[in-house]
Design a binder for this molecule. Structure first.
Ligand SMILES: Nc1ncnc2c1ncn2[C@@H]1O[C@H](COP(=O)(O)OP(=O)(O)O)[C@@H](O)[C@H]1O
Ligand SMILES: [Mg+2]
Length: 325
């Protein structure tokens, strides 16, 4: 690493991959808990037990012979999402918006037949999209409807990632799909990442393909200053996810349905570090402040209040430093 990069990392407190793994993941996430979050069906079941909403499950396919029943399973639904239970980075997520005759219309406008859907299910089962190519299960769930706040912010459903440490929300970003990402809010697919102010739930900074941007590339709409609806509920789901899983350091992904409000989409025991780029600031100083908190016996509500004061104190300190330099 160049000296310049090293100094920049130090100054803004960027957390690097080695420290994340050694200190936060190894130190706070027992391996035995990983199956709860590495399988979306397991996460859904956990959420159901704890009263956290997730998109309705229409059906699952666990073995090749069950693919025969796919047509029957889909019959009551015009719109749905089929995806691997153990997928990542948006791979294998197939979104159907509506039907036209015997065809299924995808977000991109492409038409698929039932044979294509069967083939997709079969590819999912074979492990084409799952980590390490392991055999997988396919799940079919309700398609979340885009909230009106996100109108003109591209096709597809944005998702909100919150990093939670010791049950305290630390940092957040809104991922906005683009034409390039084909309706999926995954940065690897070309979605925009906008940093969200933890205290208010408003986007304050954004990047697309590692470049700072102020407008959505497809629609020209401002990507800074978006107030996320139901922000307190998003924080509550995030703080509760820590209790529900027992994970000390996790990424919570929430989507906001137009009618039903926030829903948990997935959890991640090894959340990525690009959230720092989206926010134009590092995780380290925030994590270090949270490390010092006495959280014993605290409720999610109390930890959300802690999150807000940690963020405010951090911002105040950072501003003081700016003035001093
Ligand atoms: N039920 C759904 N309704 C609408 N969009 C969805 C749904 N499930 C997934 N997506 C879109 O696809 C993206 C990737 O799905 P996700 O479940 O997070 O899988 P992955 O683990 O591959 O990221 C989401 O960020 C969202 O934009
Ligand atoms: Mg995801």
């Amino acid at each position: 690493m160049s000296l310049w990069r090293f100094q920049t990392y130090r100054r803004v407190g960027l957390l690097g991959i080695n420290r994340r793994n050694a200190e936060y993941i190894l130190g706070h996430n027992p391996r035995r808990l990983f199956p709860l979050v590495d399988d979306k069906l397991a996460t859904k079941a956990l959420c159901r037990d704890h009263g956290i909403r997730t998109p309705d499950l229409y059906g699952t396919i666990s073995a090749h012979h069950e693919i025969r029943d796919l047509e029957k399973m889909l019959a009551p639904h015009d719109s749905f999402v089929m995806k691997p239970a153990s997928g990542a980075m948006g791979n294998g997520v197939l979104m159907v918006l509506k039907r036209r005759g015997d065809s299924f219309i995808r977000g991109s406008g492409a038409q698929l037949g039932i044979r294509d859907l069967r083939y997709h299910a079969s590819s999912i089962l074979s492990g084409l999209y799952s980590l390490g190519g392991r055999v997988d299960r396919a799940l079919i769930e309700a398609r979340v409807r885009v909230h009106e706040v996100f109108n003109d912010l591209g096709e597809g459903v944005p998702d909100c990632r919150v990093i939670v440490f010791r049950g305290v929300p630390v940092m957040s970003m809104l991922r906005l799909p683009t034409q390039m990402s084909d309706g999926r809010a995954n940065l690897h697919q070309g979605a925009i990442a906008a940093g969200v102010d933890i205290t208010t739930g408003t986007t304050h900074h954004a990047v697309h393909l590692d470049r700072v941007v102020s407008k959505h590339p497809d629609t020209g709409k401002a990507v800074r200053g978006i107030q996320l609806p139901h922000w307190d509920e998003i924080l509550r789901i995030s703080a509760m996810s820590a209790d529900m899983t027992g994970l000390g350091y996790l990424g919570v992904d929430v989507v906001i349905d137009a009618d039903e409000g926030p829903m948990l989409l997935e959890l991640n025991a090894r959340p990525g570090l690009s959230i720092q780029i989206a926010n134009g600031g590092g995780l380290t100083p925030l994590l270090e402040r949270i490390e010092k908190l006495d959280i014993s016996g605290s409720t999610p509500k109390e930890r959300i209040a802690m999150a807000r004061s940690v963020f405010a104190a951090h911002r105040k300190a950072a501003l003081g430093e700016d003035r001093a330099t």
